[in-house]
Design a protein around this ligand. Structure first.
Ligand code: UDP
Length: 330
């Protein structure tokens, strides 16, 4: 297929582009390179530098590429920032998706895969999280992602768009060959921050609360390897049904505490990685992990990276080889 990938220069998008190429698809990437990196885009893909907030740019690029499917990764992802700047998030995540959907409708594309998130759920009373559990995000970030899920469902009913929204848990790790990885500026995610301590770039990792109602008192998350996420997208592209909007969790189904992640990083890196307990971060649910049954049944997908230490080790290879992340402007 010819596929069009918004945000294909970002962390998850760039790994997905690789997987799509490996599966034999022809790929056009559309990215404004504000948070994405040119160096992360596989040279076999065509890169169009453009912004989804520019309706003419996206319409022109989409018409020229004439894809059979669109994968939509572009957007802002920082929960804390979304609380401070909700308008920025609604513009970058909702308005930009509306521009994309208008161009998709006009170009006659009927297949979409959307990067959604487990942040669309209400902080759960029961685990694991099943797709039908109540959606009630606690951050503007989660709200913007849920708003796009609604748009996709409405477009399915109105003009037959087929879509699969993949609700990611904690995307982690880096390409097994160490050539692409995670390079957020500023970094807020646990595993890269821990690895910055191992690299000597930070003195210690802050454990954001150890008084949660979990076995060791620290928060539990479901760390899903970025290559497994990419494989789920490739499977989703081939499974979209016209006129149907579907929503699937993509996680391992296994939760790990912050302390367990630090321990895995100590083993993977051989560094001591000093840690200090500090106050909770507002809005962090105590525990989140997926029930991955529906995605397994629907897409025949299962995670391959099931060992947390190996997930961290893959990120460590990337961070060691690229201690400053991607070059600025690269
Ligand atoms: N966390 C932490 N120290 C940090 C950053 C994160 O203890 O410096 C914890 C955070 O409370 C959460 C987990 O690590 O329980 C994963 O956080 P991250 O920001 O990577 O992803 P989130 O689950 O918030 O999307």
């Amino acid at each position: 297929m010819r596929v069009f990938v918004t945000g294909g220069a970002g962390y998850v998008g760039s790994h997905c582009v690789r997987a799509l190429l490996a599966a034999g698809h022809a790929v056009t990437v559309f990215d404004n390179l504000v948070n994405g990196h040119r160096a992360a885009v596989d040279p076999r893909a065509e890169l169009v530098v453009g912004d989804l907030l520019d309706p003419v740019a996206i319409r022109t690029a989409l018409q020229r590429a004439a894809p059979e499917a669109v994968l939509h990764f572009a957007g802002l992802i920082n929960v804390g920032e979304s609380v401070q700047q909700p308008l920025l998030y609604y513009r970058a995540n909702v308005l930009s998706s509306m521009n994309l959907l208008e161009a998709v409708q006009e170009a006659g594309v009927r297949r979409m895969v959307f990067s959604s998130t487990c942040a669309v759920y209400r902080p759960p009373e029961r685990l694991p999280l099943v797709e039908d559990m109540p959606r009630a995000p606690i951050s503007p970030y989660g709200e913007t992602k849920l708003a796009v899920e609604w748009l996709l469902a409405d477009c399915a009913a109105a003009w037959g768009l087929g879509s699969i929204s993949l609700r990611y848990f904690n995307a982690s790790g880096a390409a097994a060959d160490g050539t692409i990885g995670e390079g957020h500026q500023p970094e807020t995610h646990l595993i890269p921050l821990i690895l910055q301590v191992a690299l000597g770039q930070r003195s210690e990792i802050a454990i954001l609360g150890d008084d949660y109602p979990t076995p060791d008192g620290t928060c539990i998350r479901d760390y899903i390897h970025v290559e497994d996420l990419a494989a789920a997208h490739v499977a989703a592209v081939g499974a979209i049904e016209p006129g149907r909007a579907e929503f699937l969790n993509v996680g391992t189904g296994i939760g790990h505490s912050v302390l367990a992640v630090i321990k895995a990083a100590r083993s993977a890196t051989g560094h001591a990685i000093p840690a200090k307990v500090v106050a909770r971060r507002p809005g962090d649910p105590p525990a989140l992990y997926a029930d991955p049954r529906r995605v397994r049944e629907r897409l025949g997908w299962a995670p391959r990276w099931t060992d947390l230490q190996e997930v961290v080790a893959s990120a460590w290879r990337w961070h060691q080889a690229h201690p400053q992340g991607y070059a600025k402007g690269g």
